[in-house]
Design a protein around this ligand. Structure first.
Ligand code: FAD
Ligand code: NAP
Length: 535
């Protein structure tokens, strides 16, 4: 199908945007079907999240043995993680290993940002344009642009007047940063801040943390990966993976099916303590109703608050660091010595919940009329999550409708895979899919495989155009909201709701529940792509 233009193919079966784990596997899969594909990637290397987020302490919070591809058993067997939670450089090395092993780079064009995509209704093809002047066409367009790839820097007055160095955790310098002898300000206390603050504090002369909302964190208890654990998993990876897929979040949370309110105080505390000692995200699996019932949730929240009080010396600081919201409503953080860091004499905490950051000056950060002088500011202020990277591309569907206009009141998709009026366009881990509420690698693989099978089906049946119906999409959006509204998730200002970005519509974006979601996707296929119009 491909024509060439100056030696470079200009027409492809598919254009893939992004070379993180999603884009890389999509390319591999389509190639395996004999299709031509071009990947465009803004960065100069593969790895996405792990290419950009090089801040000190960056690592996964899903255990290494689970945070990896499963599509190739040889790959699973040959790769060895060194730590229980792999550090960012190792995950990036893994991404590069995958790119080399499957010879992916020859179809990836780096340092190229896709700026525009227009659907040509007569040809049933997408025309894709880049900031490097490329203009190519493709029958299918796959957005592998990432849920957490569009950084959010609040528009603080005076931001550009700052004369020190400015960093965002999500776009960290490749050659690292040495904070030795520096006065550093960190704005934000989400996962990125919680991972980086203990390390920055060790280097800096003084660290001031500006906190708007305190976060819950459970200890990682990270360390070298126990060879016995590695060997056990490797000996039967299929069972390990299959078990994870039965879990609501697609990872081993070891769920306890009891209610937190059905057991004695002692039993409850013992359950929390056991999970606290084990560490990590499975803490939220302690009882089945932690995200369903406020009273149940408060037992877990209070357990963590007590832990914070027990390690932070100054009771006022401990109180400021203690979240009052529902635990798990914002993504639970996994830490290494985070709360203890506030006992250091060179660390101070500034509460900006009531008195927000007023301004950035040439010397520092102003809160409640007081200037905190700093040499460097770290913006750990997160991302325009789930929709940010998609809407940065000017995507125009049927009748020239811009995606931004269609999604003005919030994203609307069918299964988080496609959106009506934008035929032959697929989103990997798009809004309306489990994505960020799941272990993302299995979610990515499930989406890539679904999309590849769909494209294969289209080819086999001679169809040229696939587009979800508005009815199917409306029903799915309604279902995503209904499921969320039966939980405590909508009760706080999380980025799942877009609440971290001023002006963003408040809509709960991810779908809760990996197993029912996969079942629905399979049912849609079994019923001949039910909910899609094929032409
Ligand atoms: P990304 O890795 O975000 O890749 C998207 C790529 O698309 C980027 O490289 C970007 O440059 C490129 N791109 C975007 N727009 C364009 C454009 N217009 N043109 C060209 N290129 C474009 N998930 C977990 O399950 N477990 C974890 O432990 C975990 N830890 C995380 C830690 C951090 C610090 C962050 C930020 C996220 C973490 N996540 C984690 C989520 C993580 O994003 C996913 O696990 C996964 O890496 C996403 O892969 P992806 O390919 O979908 O997207
Ligand atoms: P985040 O969770 O959105 O945290 C951003 C922080 O910045 C929040 O504390 C937020 O406060 C604060 N903030 C934003 N705007 C502000 C403003 N105008 N003034 C003051 N404070 C402001 O972002 P993140 O830490 O980068 O994490 C994003 C997601 O990436 C995580 O939830 C997780 O899914 C993933 N991640 C995972 C890991 C890991 O452990 N593997 C590490 C990093 C990231 P509010 O809470 O008040 O909005």
């Amino acid at each position: 199908m491909s024509k060439t233009n100056g030696g470079r193919a200009a027409d492809f079966d598919a254009v893939i945007v992004g070379a993180g784990f999603a884009g890389m596997y999509m390319l591999h899969r389509l190639r395996g079907m004999g299709m031509t594909a071009r990947v465009f990637e803004t960065g100069d290397g593969v790895g996405g999240t792990w290419y950009w987020n090089r801040y000190p302490g960056a690592r996964c919070d899903v255990e290494s043995m689970e945070y990896s591809y499963q599509f190739s058993d040889d790959l699973q067997q040959e790769w060895d993680w060194s730590e229980r939670y792999a550090p960012q450089p190792e995950i990036l090395e893994y991404a590069n290993h995958v790119a080399d092993r499957f010879d992916l780079r020859r179809d990836i064009q780096f340092e190229t940002r896709v700026t525009k995509a227009t659907f040509d209704e007569a040809a049933d093809r997408w025309t894709v344009e880049t900031d490097r002047g490329d203009r190519v066409t493709a029958a299918y367009m796959v957005m592998a642009t990432g849920c957490l790839s569009s950084t959010n820097t609040p528009d603080f007055p005076g931001l550009d007047s700052f004369q020190g160095r400015r960093y965002h955790t999500g776009n960290w310098p490749h050659d690292g940063v040495d904070f030795s002898g520096k006065r550093v300000g960190v704005i934000g206390t989400g996962s990125s801040a919680i991972q980086s603050i203990p390390i920055i504090a060790e280097q800096a002369k003084h660290l001031t943390v500006f906190q708007r909302t305190p976060n819950y964190a459970v200890p990682a208890h990270n360390g070298p990966l126990d060879p016995a654990v590695r060997n056990k998993v490797k000996a039967d990876y299929p069972t390990f993976r299959a078990e994870a897929k039965e879990m609501r979040s697609g990872l081993h949370t070891r769920p306890n099916e009891q209610s937190a309110l059905a057991v004695s105080d002692e039993e409850r505390r013992a359950q929390y303590e056991k999970r606290w000692q084990a560490g990590g995200l499975p803490f939220m699996g302690a009882f089945m109703d932690l995200l369903l019932d406020g009273k149940a949730n408060d037992t877990a929240a209070e357990f963590v608050r007590a832990k914070i009080r027990s390690v932070v010396d100054d009771p006022k600081v401990a109180d400021l660091l203690s979240p009052k919201t529902v635990i798990g409503c914002k993504r639970l953080c996994v830490d290494t010595g985070y709360f203890q860091t506030y006992n250091r004499p060179n660390v101070s905490l500034v509460d900006v919940s009531e008195t927000p950051v007023e301004a950035i000056t040439k010397n520092g950060i102003v809160v409640a009329g007081k200037e905190y002088a700093v040499d460097a500011i770290v913006f750990a202020t997160g991302f325009d999550a789930m929709t940010g990277a998609l809407l940065k591309v000017d995507i125009q569907g049927v009748g020239g409708l811009p995606l931004e206009e269609k999604w003005a009141e919030g994203p609307r998709t069918y299964l988080g895979l496609a959106t009506a009026g934008f035929p032959n366009l697929f989103t990997i881990t798009g809004p309306g899919s489990p994505s960020v509420l799941s272990n993302m690698l299995p979610s990515i693989e499930q989406h890539v495989e679904w999309i590849a099978d769909c494209i294969g089906y289209m080819r086999d049946k001679g169809w040229k155009r696939i587009d979800p119906t508005v009815e199917a999409e409306d029903a799915w959006v309604g279902h995503v909201n209904d499921v969320a509204n039966h939980t405590l998730y909508p009760s706080c200002n999380s980025w799942y709701l877009g609440a971290n970005v001023p002006g963003k519509p408040r809509v709960f974006m991810p779908y809760i529940g990996f197993p029912p979601y996969v079942e629905k996707c399979e049912e849609v296929v079994a019923n001949g792509y039910e909910g899609f119009a094929l032409a």
